[in-house]
Design a binder for this molecule. Structure first.
Ligand code: FMN
Length: 201
């Protein structure tokens, strides 16, 4: 079994990665048979969706895109993994643009194929258990959690909710150590437990 972490931050080793890694480390601590790997979108080339090509490509060929960059490779690794932990910071009110380009392309592939209504193949990521992490400093991380949650639903994944605030996933708000409202490090460990249960079900 493998859990794949995706770090959407441009900064390696900082808050987003720390929370993604905390969740994954806790999963490995709870179950020593699990493998893990990490993707940094800052290492990738992810171009925006061209949209105008969908009728010849992703609308008729499920989860195929004509753009030659790293997005299809990430999608393949997401498909192979048994669970995902996806983390993104907030940059100027939204997610980092490189990370968003990847998300946009994956949503486009799912959306255009489904709305073309030609066939009814399952989403490539259907029922994939997925834990979410969002980090912000001045704004609430809830905005990015909602964005990531939407992404999961559009790809028909299974986002794992927390039983404590902010429910949709782990929220980092400012200093991860001292924040007692979002309690991100504690919630990352709670997320691990729930994701592990979802993965083994
Ligand atoms: C370019 C940039 C833009 C940012 N914009 C926002 C913002 O709009 N709202 C906010 O709350 N925090 C903003 N921040 C703060 C980050 O969300 C915060 O520093 C977070 O920890 C970054 O994630 P990282 O530690 O993984 O890099 C911004 C940070 C950077 C570097």
């Amino acid at each position: 079994m493998e859990v794949l972490g995706i770090v959407g931050s441009m900064r390696k080793g900082q808050n987003t990665e720390r929370l993604v890694q905390t969740a994954i480390s806790e999963m490995l601590r709870l179950d020593g048979t699990i493998d893990s790997s990490l993707i940094y979108t800052s290492d990738l080339t992810c171009n925006p969706c061209r949209v105008i090509c969908h009728k010849a490509n992703c609308s008729v060929h499920p989860f195929q895109c004509s753009i030659d960059d790293d997005v299809m490779q990430v999608l393949e690794r997401m498909k192979r993994a048994d669970a995902l932990v996806i983390g993104s910071p907030q940059y100027f009110r939204g997610p980092p643009s490189g990370f968003h380009a990847m998300i946009e392309r994956m949503i486009s592939m799912a959306f255009f194929y489904e709305t073309a209504g030609l066939t009814h193949e399952r989403s490539l990521l259907a029922d994939k258990p997925c834990g979410l992490v969002a980090v912000a400093e001045y704004s609430t991380p809830q905005t990015i959690l909602e964005y990531l949650h939407d992404f999961c639903l559009l790809l028909k994944m299974r986002p794992v909710a927390l039983t404590a605030f902010p429910y949709l996933g782990v929220g980092g708000h400012g200093n991860l150590e001292t924040d007692t409202v979002f309690s991100p490090l504690e919630r990352a460990r709670q997320l691990a437990e729930r994701l592990l249960n979802a993965m083994l079900r």
